[in-house]
Design a protein around this ligand. Sequence first.
Ligand code: TXA
Ligand code: MG
Length: 327
Amino acid sequence: MSIKTANPSHIKDAAEIIISGGLVAMPTETVYGLAANALDGKAVAKIFAAKGRPQINPLIIHVYNTAQAERYVEMDERSRRFADHFWPGPLTLILDKKADCPISDLVSAGLPTIGVRCPAHLVAQDLLMVCDVPLAAPSANASGTLSPTAPMHVAQSLGDKVDLILAGGASEVGLESTIIDARGDVPIILRPGSITPDDIEAAFGVKPEIGFGNPDAPTSPGQLLKHYAPNADLRLNAVDLADDEALLAFGSLKFMGLKSGGFVKDLPAERILNLSESGDLYEAASKLFAHLRQLDEGGFKRIAVMNIPDSGLGIAINDRLTRAARK
Ligand code: TXA
Ligand code: MG
């Protein structure tokens, strides 16, 4: 495994690895992806092996524009409007596969649909252009663990299982893309992300259906699986801190108390990481996975998490936290 800065020469190296059937970790604006040529079944199989991912869990493909997407999936006026409005960007559309679609069946795990996304990160776009093949890419982490938002996270999670890591800075959004089933009259959100239900309603005047958050009625295979799991146990909506807990804070710590008396603000700094002192949800999303990793690495067995408002981008943050807390 090697980590290289994503300059044009290294992007060319990465494209050669992809075309010869290897795996490249690429930066995207959401999280780092583990990419392979989606047309090459053997290469796609390597993704499942490297992540230890169950083969029932389909992958999404990445394309550089809508025209490329239309070679593989059926797009109607509605789905084109989604693509025009939100691509390139953190939105994955679930669409019907074309009858003659050459994408490996492993990608869609036998489903008649495929998730497609056009990433906004310039390195991902360049890599897609130079390769000129659709890239299957799940998050570049071992299955079930936290998604990587920096090149080092990929190296730590996958090591030599990836041929090359293209380093392109910290992921700006920090949460995986919003997934929408865009085939019906009413769009269904299968995974919340930084494009919120309100953003979708504002763009199209239709209130999307919420298809996530109910483990008893999964709408996407990924919802069935243990996910985003740090090693530590999480306690959500904490209003005070126990002696054996580290704190994942959000907002001001001025009045946060210790169960045993005293104030959190007087504790040693390494026991507390703040997602956003000013209570900014965008900052919190971008730091969520990195902070959880850091507290895990600090050896804390229990992490208390302060309340995060459940609106706008907070919906996606709370989705990840709720799933990370589930054992
Ligand atoms: O932001 C992202 O989407 C990142 C970056 C790398 O693009 N990718 C990502 O991929 O998060 P992954 O594989 O970690 O998550 C994709 C999710 C899975 O939960 C999977 O079950 C769901 O998408 N999915 C994929 N294809 C699907 C389909 N045809 N129908 C329903 N759900 C699907
Ligand atoms: Mg993932």
